[in-house]
Design a protein around this ligand. Structure first.
Ligand SMILES: *Cc1c(COP(=O)(O)O)cnc(C)c1O
Length: 380
């Protein structure tokens, strides 16, 4: 049997929505973009939502909105996807990497605090695998030091921390709807604006619509539109937003299916954890996960590689991401590899992510678990 790491889940409504979009409008900022924004607003309670062409672009917009520029410092984990740091360096600002904790693999506020300087302007926590970072700790630091908080909630759509949706704790939140995420438009994302201050929203709309006030024009607030500020084109096609609406409407079903597989893995591997042989995804009681990732932390890098190769040989795609950014080729080029981040290093060398997707059959999850047990018997 061949088990991919991820498979998109089709609700069966995508084509119908897409066909309707083709009859209406295919370029951006139309009916389905409005509907997607409304669904995300309803599910999160964010003040404003702008659907974007990707999660990466939502991060770029967020960094622009905070007015970050050359010389500014932004604190973020090294254990993240390159987009989190790219958004910062594209504005000429400097990423400062902080350590993660080894239970949720999210930013450690204590270590963030130690790295704050007079130049720090923002913190970007990443909610790894849909489990929230310590947002009370992060927001407290931000209040004390007058910093912006941009949540990289790319993996945390439909997840909560202390009952409050992730993506709505910081000033700005960024979602991703990439093909590998829980809900997808192939490529896509959303920017969540968590302030009722209208000027933030207006500036965001200008950045989103190529530096123009076209959004106001489309709402009938202006009789023409023109160039009013810096911006780019971050508006997704209506075709993609139609697809996304179909996906988001089934979010309860998608989360439930993922939860069942997550819990099946968890109970099937519990004895290894009990014996102290490995660590695995832990959802703290104050976090509501969207079950984006189920990972194991093996006792050594060698054990991880042996287990990963064993699973690949049996047709099971297991992944080892993220590679830390500070020691990556780009991190070295920027001179960011002098940081000491022992937890990040250990986690990235020992992590193994198991296949997990909505629509995974009982036969598939059984195949993964049985083969994994076999492999672990040899490795541990
Ligand atoms: C997926 C992801 C991104 C990028 O999102 P795209 O929609 O692929 O641009 C950014 N940060 C994290 C943590 C991600 O997992």
């Amino acid at each position: 049997m061949q088990i991919p790491y991820h498979k998109p889940y089709w609700t069966g409504m995508e084509l119908e929505y897409i066909e309707d979009a083709l009859r209406r409008q295919v370029s951006g900022n139309g009916y389905y973009t409005g509907m997607a924004a409304e669904i995300v607003r309803e599910m999160t309670g964010a003040c404003r939502v702008l659907p974007t062409t990707s999660g990466t672009h939502a991060l770029e917009m967020a960094v622009m909105l905070c007015g970050l520029q050359e010389g500014d410092e932004v604190i973020l984990p090294s254990f993240t996807f390159p987009s989190t740091a790219n958004a910062v360096i594209l504005r000429g600002a400097r990423p400062v990497f902080a350590e993660i904790n080894d239970t949720t693999l999210t930013l450690d506020p204590g270590d963030v605090g130690r790295r704050i300087t007079g130049r720090t302007r923002a913190i970007i926590p990443v909610h790894y695998g849909g489990i929230g970072c310590d947002m009370e700790g992060i927001m407290e630091l931000a209040r004390c030091h007058n910093l912006y908080v941009i949540e990289d909630a790319a993996q945390a759509v439909d997840a909560r921390y202390r009952g409050k949706p992730l993506g709505t704790w910081g000033h700005l939140g960024c979602f991703s709807f990439h093909g590998t995420k829980n809900h997808t438009s192939g490529e896509g994302g959303a920017l969540l604006i968590n302030t009722s201050d209208r000027s933030w929203f207006e500036e965001a709309e200008i950045i989103w619509e190529k530096g123009t006030d076209r959004a106001k024009f489309l709402r009938g607030e202006k009789s023409f539109y023109t160039w009013v500020g810096p911006g780019s084109n971050y508006t997704p096609s209506e075709v993609l937003m139609a697809m996304l609406c179909a996906q988001l409407r089934e979010r309860d079903l998608i989360r439930e299916q993922r939860r069942l597989i997550h819990e099946y893995y968890e109970s099937g591997l519990a004895e290894y954890r009990r014996k102290g042989l490995l660590q695995m995804t832990e959802i703290p009681s104050h976090c509501q996960s969207n079950y984006h990732i189920f990972y194991l932390l093996l006792p050594s890098p060698e054990a991880r590689e042996e287990a990963r190769r064993g699973l690949i040989r049996r047709g099971i795609s297991a992944l080892s991401h993220f590679v830390p950014l500070h020691s990556s080729p780009m991190g070295q080029k920027l001179g960011l590899d002098r940081e000491e981040l022992p937890v990040t290093e250990r986690v990235s060398r020992c992590i193994l992510r198991l296949p997990l997707y909505a629509g995974m059959t009982g036969e598939e999850s059984l195949y993964v678990l049985e083969n994994l047990r076999d492999v672990l018997e040899q490795v541990l």
